[in-house]
Design a protein around this ligand. Structure first.
Ligand code: KG4
Ligand code: ZN
Length: 345
């Protein structure tokens, strides 16, 4: 018989954030993340440096989480960790720690698919009075640095991918275009901030023509690059002079692409409960557009709290909880995977 209301410690280390969280059933007791600024000067995540920083950060974040939750290690019922997808060296640090901790405490080990965590972040409860969650089945627009997918979520661990990107992810499009503008990495947040004071109608970029619910962002990135290159020939200060308008126009184009396919999926499936997940769901332009669509079409829209949009261990803990409830435990010989499909639970 498994404990119905387990206490789960979760570790997330798939990219450049080292995070530890503890939940008691769905209630979040602690969630601490150490971000790595060592990558800033390189304009992107350097895998080797990320692994080393995870090594340095993992014990302190777990320690903090346990202290904050006022728990001793033996009170934990299971250890969950991100198996993938992500940077292999980074995943190795988190998975090795989780395995060692589980072995030492003689507690079950639960491997979690990072994407599963992003989707289930909507089920984390921080404050009981504010607990609202999407009802199944719902559509999830999963938009992160590595993924852009429209997922039909039938149950906690039951998904169907309706569409996904055939090249860059939405977050990648934000980051790569931001880099062209000379903005710091990761550029999504920077574009979001600049866009607030810009005119989104200032510039037009080439939009993709892809069948079905799939996405493509590489054409937009090229169109953005050419627009900047051509204009720099005329005005050396083109980027500086048009920063906010470029950001607002780019952001609008990315949102238009995302929403166009989402609308199609809503129309064809008849499902009007929609949840947004992943780092890009922190984008205020996208959040506002979703609210407007909700008012216009009577969609039930669920936006995650901002702290649960980008990578965090709380979402790994909640995904671990639903695997725990089904006794889906892992053995000690489990290995992390750089590539993982959402359906690999
Ligand atoms: O989910 P996440 O933290 O990591 C992955 O699983 O990939 O997503 C990171 C992505 C980055 O591309 C970052 O630029 C983007 O999320 N992002 C944003 C915003 N905040 C983070 N994109 C647009 N607007 C934001 N406010
Ligand atoms: Zn993520």
């Amino acid at each position: 018989m498994v404990n119905k209301y387990p206490i789960i410690l979760a570790i997330e280390s798939s990219c450049d954030d080292t995070s530890a969280a503890i939940i008691h059933d769905r209630y979040l007791l602690a969630n601490f993340t150490a971000t790595q600024d060592v990558h800033e000067k390189y304009g992107g995540v350097v895998p080797e440096l990320a692994s080393r920083a995870h090594q340095a950060n993992i014990i302190p974040v777990v320690h903090l989480a346990l202290e904050y939750a006022k728990l001793k290690p033996h009170q934990i019922d299971a250890i969950a960790f991100t198996r993938g997808p992500g940077l292999l060296g980074s995943l190795m640090v988190g998975s090795s720690f989780a395995k060692g901790f589980a072995l030492a405490l003689n507690k079950p080990l639960i491997s979690v698919n990072h994407l599963n965590g992003h989707i289930l972040s909507h089920f984390i409860i921080e404050d009981k009075s504010k607990a609202i969650e999407p009802k199944f089945p719902f559509l999830c627009l999963l938009v992160s640095g590595g993924h852009s997918q429209i997922v039909l979520v039938k149950d906690f661990l039951e998904y169907e991918i309706l569409g996904e990107t055939i090249d860059d992810a939405a977050g990648e499009a934000f980051d790569k275009c931001a880099k062209v503008m000379g903005l710091p990495y990761p550029g999504g947040k920077e574009i979001d901030m600049l866009a607030k004071s810009g005119n989104s109608k200032s510039f037009k970029f080439g939009l993709p023509r892809i069948d079905g619910y799939n996405y493509s962002f590489s054409g937009l990135k090229t169109s953005f690059l050419y627009k900047i290159r051509d204009n720099l020939k005329i005005n050396h200060n083109f980027i500086e002079d048009n920063k906010a308008d470029l950001a607002a126009s780019l952001q609008k184009a990315i949102i238009d692409i995302l929403i166009d396919k989402l609308k199609m999926a809503v129309k064809d499936t008849g499902i009007t409960t929609i949840a947004l997940s992943g780092g890009v769901s922190a984008n205020d332009g996208l959040r506002t557009r979703m609210q407007n669509l909700s008012n216009q079409y009577n969609w039930k829209v669920y936006l995650p709290e901002k702290k649960f949009t980008t990578d965090n261990a709380a979402m790994i803990a909640i995904a671990g909880l639903y695997k725990f409830k089904k006794s889906l435990f892992s053995k000690q010989d489990i290995t992390p995977l750089a590539r993982m499909n959402l359906l690999d639970i």
